[in-house]
Design a protein around this ligand. Structure first.
Ligand SMILES: [Zn+2]
Length: 258
């Protein structure tokens, strides 16, 4: 029996605040805004019992202070001087049990977007991953802190999760990411299929998230650094080192200017 549901609370321009909830209580992931969360809780007669943070960017933590003025709940995440809200520090390697939902999360350190970025993975059902701004639908986060090599290592770690894992990222970026995928991976039919599926979903105002790790491995260039066709496209642009890290780095730099 499933003891929880996961519901998207749209916020800001293109953020998703994910709510993990049952019939009475909820956790939220990365509340960048307060009002949409309070409205969701009221509409569903839920009490907030905790907050999960993936990293300290304002569009992920901006709603925490006001939420905690209403609900004095624990805030899990990685302690950082730029994030004053964390009450329970997670560095990566720990487990976090949320008994109300029958969930146990593995905490995975995924630096490369920001140093304090962590991801939450639970094997329940097909598998659940909250990955913030590290992995997106058909794309990945920008490297703001640390190195692109760290971002590569972090994505590699996530790509080792089971194929069926549901990937809950924090932004609706899939359509724009697919425009890049279509250029660097032009002969991939899975990319073309995802472009048309994404167009239909967005036209109906539906979310493209969650996707699966399997879908990302088939269509996300940033998990396809071993793909011969992508490597060939990059070689035509001057790439000589075809190691996974060099291919990934070339893709990230190209995407930054795309
Ligand atoms: Zn971010």
């Amino acid at each position: 029996m499933t003891m929880f549901k996961i519901t998207a609370i749209p916020a800001l321009n293109d953020n998703y605040i994910w709510a993990i909830h049952n019939d009475s209580v909820a956790f939220v992931v990365d509340p960048g805004e307060t009002e949409p969360v309070l409205e969701f809780l009221a509409a569903n007669q839920l009490a907030l019992t905790g907050i999960l943070c993936t990293h300290r960017h304002h569009d992920h933590i901006g709603g925490i202070a006001k939420l905690r003025a209403v609900y004095n709940v624990p805030v899990y995440g990685r302690c950082h001087p730029g994030n004053p809200h964390i009450s329970h520090d997670l560095q990566g390697g720990e487990q976090l049990k949320l008994d109300a939902f029958g969930l146990s999360f593995d905490i995975i350190a995924v630096p490369g977007h920001l140093d304090d970025h962590i991801a939450y993975y639970a094997s329940a059902g097909s598998g659940i991953l909250f990955c913030g701004d590290v992995l997106f639908g058909a794309g990945c986060g920008k490297s703001f802190e640390g190195t692109v090599a760290q971002l590569y290592d972090s994505l590699k770690k996530l790509s080792e999760l089971p194929d069926a894992t549901l990937m809950y990222c924090a932004h609706e970026y899939t359509a724009s990411n697919l425009r890049f995928a279509a250029i660097c991976d032009p002969d991939n039919p899975a990319v073309q299929q995802r472009i048309s599926d994404t167009r239909e979903l967005r036209a109906a105002n539906l979310s493209t998230v969650p996707s699966t790790m399997q879908m990302e491995k088939a269509t996300n260039p940033f998990l396809r650094y071993n793909d011969a066709d992508i490597i060939k496209v990059l070689q035509q642009r001057g790439l000589t080192d075809t190691s996974g890290q060099a291919v990934f780095t070339a893709l990230r730099l190209w995407r930054d200017k795309f």
